[in-house]
Write a protein that binds this ligand. Structure first.
Ligand code: KIV
Ligand code: ZN
Length: 492
């Protein structure tokens, strides 16, 4: 949580921090580094609130090697301190302006002070991986001798290779016989590999963040590490306490609170991690998911999503249409497929709702029984007033209306829609894209929306129109109707 909040642009209120801590605790993490108590009163109060919550996880606070920082940890009513000081020559010369001996002195003094106040200590030699190895070993020996409880090895600028991380982890284990932690940054995309290497060489605790957020390129992503340890062949008799089926939900929650989107192709929790586009892949997965899925999506709380695209094939298209109760004959499927490829060859993306429309044009006669109908809506926006929307829908023959605010008129309208449709299904808008497809202020706009329901059914929907708000509302309603069709068919 502490390094996660160091993500550029992220700052959390005490209430947000508490809600994240609870979420991490339900996920099953063993330790939460709740923050850096010295940095502000708000931070200190947030940490104190978290500590008082009596979570199953141990709560740690970060401190430099000085009395003021340690006092702040004590004031936040913590039992554990994560104490750090840089040990690399670059940091000593340009940041701390201390000699190696002075660093050792500071470390001993602060360990003694912390212990005299009953704190348990995890000690980090910041920039350990760029610290001269003999000096690093001396640090390990010194802190162990003076009674720290655990030692962490930070790869502060993500500079280490898996092999080197393995070697220095082994140094720490052999010299100290203490529990060793590993803290990796992802500057070269090696954070997971480096963390695993440390674990293979004796580390027993990994510092991680949800979605890999953190300073610069971030830290080791919890979800990737946990799934790699669980599923890959490392010959490690290890397990974590993480409830993997909560990984996706937790990732989405954190992304929403910290306002940092997850890249679509991110392993485990990215939008595309369990979606299949090519015909060859969808055919394989439909016969046996093991063909193209190294792990089942349900293991991390997700659903599989087949999408339409340039590489689509007969089996995938038929399967997707069946989800809407559509059964084209072989000639119709071929025509649908060639129409799809034609559109994709023009560089255009096809959404689920467009697939439905194309198929319906070809099969004909399919009368879509729309569960949700838009009766009307109005919005108000301007300067000095909060954008506001009124929406009236008919669901299964019954009228409902709702009002809501938003950051703009589109957001307000979609929020009002969700207030109503939340009664039949909790929906989450994963993506909203707006494009202008002709020039001038009367340009046609194209809105593409991706939504997901509480059972992780996904749908993409596109609408073209003249008015941005109306087009967005129609794309959303269309998407909701298709997701309801899917839901009714699958029973989920
Ligand atoms: O990356 C780092 O070195 C840190 C320390 C505070 C451990 O976050
Ligand atoms: Zn860090």
């Amino acid at each position: 949580m502490r390094d996660g909040e160091q993500t550029p642009g992220v700052a959390l209120s005490p209430t947000q921090k508490l809600s994240i801590a609870k979420k991490l605790d339900s996920l099953g993490v063993d330790i939460i580094e709740a923050g850096f108590p010295i940095i502000s009163d708000g931070e200190s109060n947030a940490i104190k609130m978290i500590a008082k919550e009596n979570l199953d996880a141990e709560i740690y606070g970060l401190a430099r090697t000085n009395k003021k920082d340690i006092d702040a940890v004590i004031k936040a009513e913590l039992n554990y301190v994560h104490m750090f000081i840089a040990t690399s020559d670059i940091h000593l010369k340009y940041k701390l302006k201390l000699t190696r001996d002075q660093v050792i002195e500071k470390i001993i003094e602060t360990i003694e002070y912390s212990k005299s106040h009953g704190l348990k200590i995890e000690f980090s030699a910041e920039d350990a991986t760029r610290t001269e190895r003999t000096f690093l070993k001396k640090i390990f020996k010194t802190v162990a001798k003076h009674g720290v409880d655990t030692i962490d090895i930070p790869d502060t600028v993500g500079y280490a290779t898996p092999q080197y991380i393995g070697e220095i982890t082994k140094d720490a284990v052999d010299i100290t016989r203490l529990p060793i932690s590993i803290h990796c940054h992802d500057d070269f995309g090696l954070a997971v590999a480096n963390t695993i290497s440390a674990i293979q060489n004796g580390a027993r605790c990994a510092h991680v963040t949800i979605n890999g957020i953190g300073e610069r390129a971030g830290n080791t992503p919890l979800e990737e590490l946990v799934m790699a340890l669980k599923c890959l062949q490392f010959n490690l008799k290890l397990c974590t306490n993480i409830k993997t089926e909560l990984l996706y939900e937790t990732s989405r929650y954190i992304s929403k609170v910290v306002k940092v989107p997850v890249q679509p192709n991110k392993a485990i929790v990215g939008d595309n991690a369990f979606s299949h586009e090519s015909g060859i892949h969808t055919h394989g997965v439909l016969n046996n998911p093991l063909t193209y899925e190294p792990i089942g999506p349900e293991l991390v709380g997700r659903n599989r999503w087949l999408t339409v695209g340039k590489h689509a094939g007969i089996h995938g298209i038929n399967f997707m249409l069946q989800e809407y109760n559509m059964k084209p004959n072989p000639t119709q499927t071929k025509t649908i497929l060639s129409k799809i490829k034609n559109i994709c060859d023009q560089g255009k993306q096809i959404t689920d709702t467009e697939l439905f429309t194309i198929a319906n044009e070809i099969i004909g006669q399919y009368k879509e029984n729309k569960l949700v109908k838009l009766i009307g809506f109005s919005v108000s926006t301007g300067i000095g007033t909060m954008p506001y929307a009124f929406v009236k829908l008919n669901i299964n023959g019954k009228d409902f209306f709702a009002t809501d605010y938003g950051v703009g008129p589109v957001d307000a309208s979609l929020n009002a829609i969700q207030k109503i449709t939340g009664k039949i299904s909790q929906l989450y808008i994963k993506e909203y894209k707006l494009a202008s497809i002709s020039g001038g202020s009367s340009a046609l706009c194209e809105v593409t929306i991706k939504i997901e329901d509480a059972s992780n059914n996904n749908i993409s929907s596109k609408y073209v129109g003249e008015d941005i708000v109306t087009t967005s509302v129609k794309a959303m309603i269309d998407g909701i109707n298709k997701i309801m069709l899917k839901k009714n068919k699958s029973g989920k």
